[in-house]
Design a protein around this ligand. Structure first.
Ligand code: SF4
Length: 489
C-alpha cells in the first residue's frame, strides 16, 4: 500500500502485476526473485484486518523519526484543509427531505456497524441534509471555493493538516466529510501535534477560515499566539460605517458609548455565536445627526460583543503584527507546497477506497510518505563548499570515464553494423560529430565525415547510402553509388 501511493500506481492489480519486474520493489518488500507474488486481494484483506490504528501508528512513527533527526521545531504550526473527491459519481447522489436522508444515514450506519464496526460520529450534523451519495454515504456534497476554481457540488472529503514550520514535516492530520469547517479541527490538530512531537505550540498560523472569534478565543486561552488572518464575517465593507473600535466599552457597567455619546445596552445573547448584542433606545438612532455615517439599518445600530472579547482583541492585535504577516507568507510556501506535492505525486485528490475510515488510511499513508521524503532528503547535515568540492571532482571524473566507455561502445556498434569501409573510416570517427549532430541518433545511424564542398547533413542523405533517411532532401553530390572512404576524402 505504501508503494501504491509512493509511485502513484493506478491500481492494486497493476501494482501486483509489475511487482516481479521491479527489483527495487522486491528488495523493499523482502521478496526474492523466485518468490510467489500474492494476489491483489491480499491488500484489501490486510487493510480490513489491520484497521485504522496500524496506519495511524505508522504516521506517528514517521513524525517521531523526524523529531529524533532534529527536523521538527514544534513551536510554530501551519494549518490548512483541502477537499478530496470521493470515489463516488455525482449520479450516486439522491435528493430527498432532510428526515428521509437522516433515516437513510442511520440505516447505512447500522449495516456498516454490523459489517465491520464502523460507527459514524453521532455529534456530527451535516450542513446539507437533503443530499446523500448512495455509493459513499460518509462523503458530503460540496463545491470548491471560487478561488480554487469553483465548479459543481459533488461527494467529497476534507483532509486537514498541520505542518511544522522548520522543514514542513506533517505532524498532525485528520480527515472529515467535505462540509466540516476547518476552524472546528484546530484544537484537535494542535493536541495531536503536541502529543506526536512532545512540544508545546507557541504560534498557530492559518488563513482567514481559521481566524474566527471562537478559534481566536480558545487559542489565546491556551497561550498560543494567533497569526491567522482575521475572518471577515458577514459584515459588508462597502457600507462604510463607524467601525466597532469607535465605540467605547465600559467594562464595569457592561455597556457601549457610541460616537454621538449615546449609550448602547445589552439586548439579547446569541447562543450559537456566543455573543451579546448591544443597542440604543428605540428612537435614539432615528433622531441622531451621525446616523448616515453610523448605520444603514432602519431599526438603529447594533454592536456584537463575543464571550471573552478581551482575548479576541489581543488575538486580532497579534494577527496584525509583522511577525504574523511573515508567517502567513511562509505558510503559503509550506502548506500549499505540501498539498501540491501530495496531489501531483501521491494521488491525494481522489479517494482510492470508499468510506471515511478508508479515506483516513489513505491520508495517513500519503502523509507518512511525505515525511519519509523529508527525512531522507533533510536528515543529512548540509555540506560546506569546501566539503562538497572533492565529491564534485569525483563525480566529474566518473562522468568522463562514463563518456569514454560510451564512446567505445558506439564505435563497436557502428563497426558491427556497417563494417569499417562503408561510407567512412570508423577509425577516424570524431566523437563530437556523433554526439552533436542534430539529425542522428548515435545508436541507430551512421556517423559522418564531411566531404569537401558537401555539408555533413547533405552527405548523410545520399540516396544509396545505408544511412539514407526519409527526409525530403537530395544529396548534393548526386551520386548513385555509396560514398567510400576515398570519395569522402
Ligand atoms: S446612530 Fe445611534 S449608535 Fe450611531 S452615533 Fe447615532 S445614536 Fe449613536
Amino acid at each position: 500500500m505504501f508503494l501504491l501511493f509512493w509511485d502513484d500506481i493506478r491500481s492494486e492489480r497493476e501494482l501486483m502485476q509489475i511487482l516481479p519486474e521491479r527489483l527495487d520493489y522486491l528488495w523493499f518488500l523482502g521478496y526474492s526473485l523466485d518468490d510467489e507474488i500474492p494476489n491483489h486481494s491480499v491488500l484489501s484483506k490486510a487493510r480490513k484486518r489491520w484497521g485504522l490504528e496500524v496506519f495511524e501508528s505508522l504516521f506517528i512513527r514517521s513524525v517521531s523519526q523526524c523529531v529524533e533527526s532534529g527536523l521538527v521545531d514544534g513551536s510554530k504550526l501551519h494549518m490548512d484543509g483541502s477537499l478530496v473527491d470521493a470515489d463516488a459519481s455525482k449520479d450516486s447522489v439522491v435528493k430527498a427531505s432532510a428526515e428521509l436522508i437522516d433515516q437513510l444515514r442511520e440505516a447505512y450506519g447500522a449495516v456498516e456497524a454490523k459489517l465491520d464496526g464502523n460507527l459514524s460520529n453521532p455529534h456530527y450534523q451535516p450542513v446539507n441534509r437533503k443530499l446523500l451519495s448512495t455509493t459513499d454515504p460518509d462523503s458530503r456534497c460540496v463545491s470548491r471555493k471560487k478561488s480554487a476554481g469553483g465548479g459543481e457540488s459533488r461527494p467529497r472529503y476534507k483532509a486537514h493538516r498541520a505542518v511544522d514550520d522548520k522543514h514542513g514535516v506533517i505532524t498532525a492530520t485528520t480527515t472529515t466529510p467535505g462540509d466540516v469547517d476547518e476552524a472546528t479541527q484546530v484544537e484537535r490538530l494542535i493536541n495531536e501535534h503536541e502529543a506526536n512531537c512532545g512540544t508545546t505550540v507557541e504560534a498557530a498560523i492559518g488563513d482567514s477560515q481559521y481566524g474566527t472569534a471562537e478559534v481566536m478565543r480558545n487559542l489565546q486561552a491556551r497561550a498560543v499566539r494567533t497569526h491567522m488572518k482575521v475572518h471577515a464575517g458577514n459584515a459588508r465593507k462597502d457600507l462604510k460605517i463607524f467601525p466597532k473600535s469607535d465605540f467605547e466599552y465600559k467594562l464595569g457597567e457592561d455597556l457601549y458609548i457610541c460616537p454621538a455619546g449615546e449609550t448602547l445596552y445589552p439586548r439579547r445573547y446569541d447562543k450559537r455565536r456566543k455573543a451579546t448584542e448591544y443597542t440604543t433606545g428605540k428612537h435614539v438612532c432615528a433622531h441622531c445627526q451621525l446616523r448616515d455615517a453610523c448605520t444603514k439599518s432602519k431599526t438603529g445600530r447594533t454592536i456584537m460583543r463575543h464571550l471573552g472579547q478581551e482575548l479576541i482583541d489581543d488575538a486580532i492585535e497579534q494577527s496584525k503584527s509583522k511577525e504574523a504577516w511573515r508567517d502567513r507568507i511562509r505558510r503559503r510556501y509550506l502548506m500549499e507546497g505540501s498539498f501540491a506535492q501530495s496531489a501531483n505525486l501521491h494521488h491525494f485528490k481522489r479517494s482510492r477506497w470508499r468510506r471515511l475510515d478508508k479515506q483516513r488510511i489513505q491520508d495517513y499513508i500519503i502523509c507518512t510518505i511525505q515525511n519519509t521524503k523529508i527525512l531522507i532528503t533533510r536528515s543529512l547535515p548540509p555540506k560546506t563548499t569546501a566539503e562538497a568540492l572533492p565529491g564534485l571532482k569525483y563525480k566529474i571524473q566518473n562522468l568522463n570515464t562514463s563518456l569514454k566507455s560510451l564512446y567505445k561502445a558506439l564505435i563497436r556498434k557502428v563497426r558491427t553494423r556497417y563494417g569499417d569501409n562503408h561510407c567512412h573510416s570508423t577509425s577516424s570517427i570524431n566523437a563530437h560529430t556523433i554526439l552533436s549532430h542534430p539529425f542522428l541518433s548515435p545508436f541507430e545511424q551512421q556517423p559522418l565525415q564531411a566531404k569537401p564542398g558537401v555539408s555533413v547533413r547533405e552527405h548523410n542523405l545520399c540516396a544509396d547510402s545505408p544511412a539514407v533517411r526519409p527526409y525530403p532532401f537530395k544529396c548534393a553530390t548526386n551520386s548513385s553509388t555509396p560514398c567510400s572512404v576515398d570519395t569522402v576524402g
